[in-house]
Design a protein around this ligand. Structure first.
Ligand SMILES: [Fe+2]
Length: 636
């Protein structure tokens, strides 16, 4: 059967066949007060062999704790198993993504304090100095990180085989070494990594060279986060604000953000100093409304509580914030382009998951090509650390001009047909299986018939997006399909859009892919849907006529491509709604049993598991309980 991504046996035999350089990268697993601050999240491990990323996965998929920051032991085991390695001792190098020794650097005060009021300056200096003292008292340093690795894995790497990198270097490497560019300006943008909020490197055959840096708390990531709180959402909900923005008019709060976000030397963004003081009163106080600058409350009114309705002013605020982010980042990028003369851009870091911003950057024509790391959030630093370790530390082959190179995303675990069958047998009291002769056609027909289909095959995707191996598929032609999928399984806010997958061969006919070289394989760019096509695919067209599209090539994912082709034949529409296979608050399904349980606990109509199509018997349904009765009622 065709499967997305390479088979593990191929990797294992390649490793056995020759002597190779094997580098493991990982992130997360922080402890002490740093973990309690929320700095340890999205733990992951990744394995690079001779410069090729061969395995990568997030710990959350194994321990089923969404955004887990736990030490990624199971993700590491996945990487070793995938490559056929007998143990950690076969590794040539292990690289970690975070240096304790780089936290709370004086640059945070030096860069930010001069712009602040005396009170703000005192608060910032006190906070940074105090946290540095706490850090020392907690005995958090890079040696402790190495000891934790030994304790958790049972393997003590020989001298020189364990290296600690720094956060933004790992982000930048994750984008650059998987990009098709020979050289590029590589930007890491997040809320804060160690002491920085943004950095820029030039990547070339010799490595990554720092060319610019901005110290936290001057951070567009923090700005976006604080407005996310203001709008009644939680940490990590920034994508919801991005989804809300197209409903609003940025004009209402434009002047506010023009004052709050300015452009400074080197085109760098400068957040209003009054805002910077928020770092010491974040979270609780801000959510209670007492931590916000008074000028902000005067202009924006009181923050929204999470149980209050979303009003037009909230949408307008989201729109103005999104506009401010784009303006600030694009001004900095333009300066970087002029300073470095680089024609290509690589982007990573949590802010690079802002697909609307990415789409604007690509369409601006500022760079000849833009590559965004598929795992731009912190999990991606595991891959970046491993890639950097191979290229820049072990002195592996330099990055070559690989114009045909494509970032790999099908890097997680796969399960054999026997394992899938065994899960089905175990659950045969609840599911019925059939094996159609033409599976792709059968799936396409079900989707065209209005069914919500769980689609599970091959290796799990790397990164937060489901790209056709752990996906839920539905008909994009029906305007009500968004509500149906939301009600059936996703239970998410009605204003958030669903994304389309499209046949690569037809993509330009439906979407404006200007600046993207005609494709968007990782769902990281929001692009306009051609105006005359919007009515044909209302379920995946956002209120402003945009879509976060995934283009699908046969060589990347043959079966998914085949399904899209069959759907096109049946309906004349080469587009299918594609959303991640999980319920709200849970990670994307990993094992066949995860998939069956999610299927049974929701109103997904059919589950495709390997080469089988499952439907439900009228029996026990697991969770969530609120959908139990409805699921039973519709299956008989
Ligand atoms: Fe980060």
């Amino acid at each position: 059967m065709p499967r997305g991504g390479g088979a593990p046996s191929r990797i294992a035999s390649a490793v056995r066949a020759r002597s190779s350089m094997k580098v493991l990268g990982y992130n997360g697993g922080l402890d002490g007060y740093v973990a309690r601050f929320g700095s340890s999240h999205d733990s992951a491990a990744a394995l690079v062999i001779d410069g090729e990323l061969v395995a990568a996965a997030e710990e959350e998929r194994f321990n089923r704790d969404k955004h887990s920051g736990a030490f990624p032991i199971r993700a590491m085991e996945h990487c070793l198993k995938e490559a056929g390695l007998r143990g950690f001792e076969e590794l040539d190098l292990v690289c970690y993504y975070h240096s304790h020794d780089r936290m709370w650097q004086p640059g945070m005060i030096r860069e930010n304090a001069p712009r602040m009021s005396p009170l703000g300056r005192a608060l910032l200096t006190g906070a940074v100095s105090g946290l540095r003292a706490v850090h020392r008292a907690s005995k958090l340093d890079d040696a402790r990180t190495a000891r934790t690795f030994v304790e958790r894995t049972g393997w003590a790497p020989p001298p020189g085989k364990y290296r600690v990198l720094w956060h933004h270097l790992a982000h930048a490497a994750s984008a650059f070494y998987e990009s098709p560019f020979e050289r590029a300006v590589c930007v890491a943008l997040d809320a804060q990594g160690e002491s920085h909020s943004s950095t820029a490197f030039v990547g070339d055959a010799r490595g990554l060279h720092l060319v610019d840096e901005t110290y936290a708390p001057n951070s567009v990531g923090y700005l976006y986060q604080s407005i996310t709180y203001f709008l009644g959402f939680e940490t990590g909900d920034e994508y919801k604000v991005m989804g809300l923005a197209p409903y609003g008019d940025p004009a209402r709060y434009r002047r506010f953000f023009e004052r709050v976000v300015r452009t400074g030397a080197g085109g760098r963004f400068v957040i209003d100093p009054e805002w910077l003081g928020w770092l010491v009163v974040r979270d609780g106080l801000m959510r209670a409304g007492s931590g916000y600058p008074s000028s902000m409350l005067r202009e924006l009114g009181m923050p929204r509580r999470d149980d209050e309705p979303i009003e037009q002013r909230h949408m307008d605020l989201a729109a103005a914030l999104q506009e401010a982010l784009e303006r600030a980042v694009m001004r900095w990028l333009a300066t970087l382009r002029d300073r470095t003369g680089e024609k290509h851009l690589c982007l990573a870091g949590g802010v690079a998951l802002n697909c609307t911003m990415n789409g604007k950057i690509a369409r601006s024509g500022m760079f000849d090509g833009v590559h965004v790391a598929p795992a731009s959030h912190d999990a991606g630093t595991a891959a970046g650390a491993a890639l950097y370790g191979y290229h820049a530390i072990l002195g592996g082959a330099p990055k070559m001009p690989v114009s045909e190179r494509r970032a790999k995303v099908y890097l997680g675990p796969s399960y054999t047909t026997m394992e899938a069958r065994s899960a089905v047998r175990e659950m045969r009291h609840a599911v019925r299986a059939s094996r159609p002769g033409d599976l792709a056609r059968a799936i396409a027909e079900a989707v065209a018939d209005g069914k919500v289909v769980g689609f599970y095959q091959g290796r799990m995707e790397w990164g937060p997006r489901a790209l056709g191996n752990r996906s839920i598929l539905a008909d994009p032609r029906r305007a009500d399909m968004k509500d149906i999928v939301n009600h059936a399984v996703k239970l998410r806010e009605g204003f958030r859009p669903f994304a389309p997958a499209v046949l690569i061969e037809e993509a330009n006919d439906w979407f404006d892919l200007t600046g993207l070289g005609g494709e968007s394989p990782y769902m990281l760019f929001t692009v306009p849907v051609h105006e005359h096509r919007r009515d044909r695919i209302p379920a995946v067209t956002h209120v402003d006529g945009s879509a976060r599209v995934q283009t699908v090539r046969r060589e990347d994912n043959p079966r998914f491509h085949e399904i899209l082709r069959a759907f096109f034949d049946i309906t004349g529409v080469p587009v299918i709604m594609n959303t991640s296979f999980n319920v709200k608050g849970e990670p994307i399904v990993n094992t066949p049993m995860d998939a069956i349980r999610c299927f049974l606990g929701t109103q997904i109509d059919l589950l495709v598991l390997d080469d089988l199509i499952l439907d439900k018997r009228a029996v026990v349904v697991d969770r969530p309980s609120r959908t139990r009765d409805q699921s039973v009622a519709q299956t008989a």
